[in-house]
Ligand binder design. Structure first.
Ligand code: MN
Length: 507
């Protein structure tokens, strides 16, 4: 499936903004503008940067800069700004604009020429190529204002520089997608569960998306209205895309279960499309009017780009959506996940990650099998589901939690590994090793308050999530290579103080 075409996803642009001043006269400024245009065009053409990069010219007055910030705020197709000071651009000129700016920005600390012309360098050259100190002037203002930003250092043609800008661009894309996004909940969260709760008002204030509940009965009605022809078409797609269990084939004993699953899928898709949602939750405790817990339907909707959280977990649903946007077009996929069961063999501690049904086929290593089995909870008909092993390799497992006064994003770097066959386990799954090691990772996760529900991806990296957390202004706790429990816990305690003092009484 072409994941570059996620449902309800717009592809915004990034604005490349160069800073200077009038001190230098028109000729050098024309050169500055030309250089900025060349760099913006190179970044625009970089295969590492998934969004369009548009040159916004050279800023030389505070009025221009403020107007630019207001225009960026007002443009839904602007995901963020890339700032670079070719010459010295006095930072007091930038105060009004930076106070007004509500879009993420990256500070690119670069220089137009890669190498010094040792033989010919003169004072004119020095006066034109001043990023080395011009960017320090602007950075000092950003720091004084306590503005969160990424600083990328190096020549603009350097592949490492373009890769890091590309990572930031994907985070900005996901952040832009969250602003004004709508998340639908079918039913509340699973009774008495704490971690899936959270403050939806704080989430909308801080993170930009809204979460609202919709009656399961309305969803059931939408499903009943799906015409038989649409169900036939979906059955055809299933036969084409999956290894379908013989009992589910047309004419076989349990084909009705498959038609029922297809009706769920078509009805949910219609409901979500008509409402303009980007993510949803459901719960097996509230399925009034539905014949099965949506398994296959949820898996296929996730693959199309919808975020999903089980048992009413809207924070997980939003995070899965964001990770899908960050992973858009990259190999590897992203899914809702749950740390389910452990293998505690000495020297080989493993996590079996899965869910009751809802793991996204974008992370599948092999062609999924379409099967039907009893669920054991929920008291409904046996649900159809896709069963597969996830691919092997490096992945991140991430959890967004509500600490009551603020949000925290917890990330563990993991490695999905080979495992024995699981002939009796009829759900999609991944088996992974935690970094730095199982005991440290699990203790750190539990101290950080990480949930059992996560977003899991082979395409998203810690750096994507680091940039994303910075844009959101939330804490990031990374568990990976080099993590030591004692200093990790000290970091959590310091962050409690930092965020209390930095954000005060604001949600
Ligand atoms: Mn769960």
């Amino acid at each position: 499936m072409n994941t570059s075409d996620l449902v309800n996803l717009r592809r915004p642009a990034l604005w490349f903004v160069c800073g200077s001043q009038h001190l230098y006269g028109p000729e050098p400024l024309a050169q500055v503008a030309e250089h900025a245009r060349i760099i913006a065009a190179a970044l625009d053409g970089s295969p590492d940067i998934a969004l369009k990069v548009v040159s916004k010219g050279v800023m030389t007055t505070s009025e221009e800069i403020r107007a630019l910030a207001l225009a960026a705020n007002a443009d839904p197709d602007c995901a963020g700004l890339m700032l670079w000071m070719h010459t010295f651009s006095p930072s007091k000129m930038w105060i009004g604009g930076m106070v007004s700016l509500h879009k993420p920005f990256v500070h690119l600390h670069t220089q137009f020429d890669r190498e010094l012309p040792w033989d010919s360098i003169d004072m004119d050259y020095m006066n034109l190529n001043q990023s080395a100190h011009g960017d320090r002037e602007t950075g000092s203002l950003h720091t004084r204002m306590r503005l969160e930003r990424k600083v990328v250092v190096g020549h603009w043609s350097d592949p490492e520089v373009q890769t890091r800008l590309g990572v930031w661009a994907r985070a900005a894309w996901a952040w832009s997608d969250w602003q004004g996004a709508k998340i639908a909940r079918f039913g509340d969260n699973m009774r008495n569960v704490g971690i899936t709760e959270g403050d939806k008002v704080s989430a909308e204030l801080k993170l930009g998306y809204s979460v609202n509940t919709f009656a399961v009965g309305d969803l059931a009605s939408r499903m009943e209205a799906v015409p038989e022809g649409e169900i036939d078409a979906l059955i055809g797609a299933y036969l084409h895309e999956y290894e379908v269990a013989p009992e589910l084939l047309p004419g076989a004993a349990r084909h009705d279960s498959l038609r029922s699953g297809a009706r769920l899928e078509a009805g949910m898709r219609a409901f979500l499309q008509e409402g303009g949602f980007v993510a949803f939750t459901d719960t097996f405790e509230d399925l009034h009017g539905l014949r099965q817990l949506p398994g296959l339907a949820t898996q296929r909707l996730m693959q199309e780009g919808y975020g999903f959280g089980g048992e009413g977990d809207w924070k997980a649903a939003a995070l899965v959506r964001a990770m899908k946007v960050m992973a858009c077009g990259l190999p590897g996929g992203a899914s809702f996940m749950e740390d389910y069961t452990y293998h505690l063999e000495p020297g080989n501690h493993l996590v079996l990650g899965s869910h009751m049904l809802e793991v996204c086929p974008s992370i599948a290593a092999t062609k999924p099998r379409l099967e039907v089995h009893p669920l054991g909870i929920g008291g409904k008909e046996d649900p159809v589901r896709l069963v597969f092993d996830a691919r092997l390799g490096h992945a991140v497992n991430a959890s967004l939690i509500d600490l009551g006064s603020r949000f925290r994003l917890i990330v563990n770097e993991v490695e999905s590994v080979e495992h024995p066959a699981l002939p009796k386990l009829p759900v999609a799954r991944s088996v992974w090793k935690c970094s730095p090691d199982f005991k440290t990772a699990c203790a750190a996760w539990i101290h950080a308050g990480g949930a059992h529900h996560t977003g899991y991806s082979y395409a998203v990296t810690v750096e994507h999530l680091e940039d994303f957390a910075a844009m959101a202004g939330i804490e990031l706790a990374v568990i990976g290579e080099g993590t030591q429990l004692r200093s990790f816990r000290e970091g959590l305690r310091l962050n409690d103080l930092y965020y209390l003092l930095a954000q005060g009484l604001r949600a």
